[in-house]
Design a protein around this ligand. Structure first.
Ligand SMILES: NC(=O)c1ccc[n+]([C@@H]2O[C@H](COP(=O)([O-])OP(=O)(O)OC[C@H]3O[C@@H](n4cnc5c(N)ncnc54)[C@H](O)[C@@H]3O)[C@@H](O)[C@H]2O)c1
Length: 271
């Protein structure tokens, strides 16, 4: 089940903002555990080093970590080229990069709005721009195209998350869902599936390393509040996201495209 051995996965944002398991790091390691050769990019060499250490610890030898700013078309193109040189193909693309900045239309500086669009939307656009032609060529020559999983957030389904107003993040992640569906249909006859994992309130290193600082909140109190806000009584973690990505990337999901898989412990349904 969910065997992806011999497949090559390109994971964008394969690091983590802090020690432990961010969604991209857990996804990269889980795909490696299931047999894939994994090429991971991250803007931060430190973040990548943590993923390399996790891969080494588990003995995954078919792993390449490469620094790359996924908002730069040239850098993405060069990373895709390097992945092909190393592994010869790309079967799975995971666009995991994202993060939220607080603000409403008045309080948010224009530069922050633009940066949020770049981080949460353009990174996925550029990943697809440079990987889709590779998958299309594979489909034409061997009959197997590929699959793309974009990582979104339930923030686009609610007016605010945990008391924070994040208009650009909400808009960008809503855009990511629309982008995924439109791309899925544009490539549905070319052997390429495109889906979105919509992530709820998770306990990743982002909570301690970014969110608590942004909110000026006590970490324990913030964690307790986030846990209490979920119908299941607890946040999910990076493995919950990684398993959803693995399923959508696997052949078992071969009839699934242009859809969104919500991983939120029931949060959106309970609102
Ligand atoms: N943690 C949560 O609670 C949560 C909730 C909903 C959605 N998400 C989504 O999950 C995804 C990952 O979240 P996470 O908690 O693991 O965050 P994270 O910040 O730990 O991981 C994201 C990684 O992307 C890298 N990155 C940032 N900008 C980049 C760029 N321009 N080019 C290449 N790499 C870049 C970072 O260095 C980091 O290693 C994001 O899309 C986020 O919006 C997370």
């Amino acid at each position: 089940m969910l065997d992806i051995s011999r497949k090559v996965a390109f994971v964008a944002g394969a690091g983590s903002v802090g020690e432990g398991w961010g969604n991209g790091r857990a996804t990269a390691v889980l795909l490696a555990r299931q047999g894939a050769r994994v090429f991971g990019t991250d803007i931060s060499a430190d973040a990548l080093a943590g993923t390399t250490a996790a891969m080494d610890k588990e003995g995954h030898r078919h792993w390449v970590g490469r620094t790359c700013n996924m908002t730069s078309s040239e850098q993405v193109e060069s990373a895709v080229h390097e992945c092909l040189e190393r592994f010869g193909r790309i079967d799975i693309l995971v666009n995991n990069i994202g993060g939220s900045a607080p603000g409403d239309p008045v309080s948010m500086p224009e530069e922050v709005w633009d940066a949020q669009m770049d981080l949460n939307l353009k990174t996925a656009f550029l990943g697809c721009k440079h990987v889709l032609p590779v998958m299309e060529r594979q489909f034409e020559s061997h009959g197997t195209g590929g699959t793309i999983v974009n990582v979104s957030s339930i923030a686009h389904m609610s007016h605010q998350m945990g008391g924070r107003v994040t208009v650009a993040y909400a808009a960008a992640k809503a855009g990511l869902g629309a982008f995924s569906r439109a791309t899925a249909i544009a490539y549905v006859k070319k052997g390429i599936r495109v889906n979105t994992v919509v992530v709820g309130t998770m306990h990743t290193p982002l909570v301690e390393n970014r969110l608590a600082k942004q909110l000026g909140a006590d970490v324990d109190a913030l964690v307790a509040k986030r846990n209490a806000s979920i119908p299941m009584g607890r946040m999910g973690d990076a493995w919950d996201v990684a398993h959803a990505v693995l399923f959508l990337a696997s052949d078992e999901a071969r009839y699934i495209t242009a859809t969104q898989l919500v991983v939120d412990g029931g949060a959106t349904a309970a609102r």
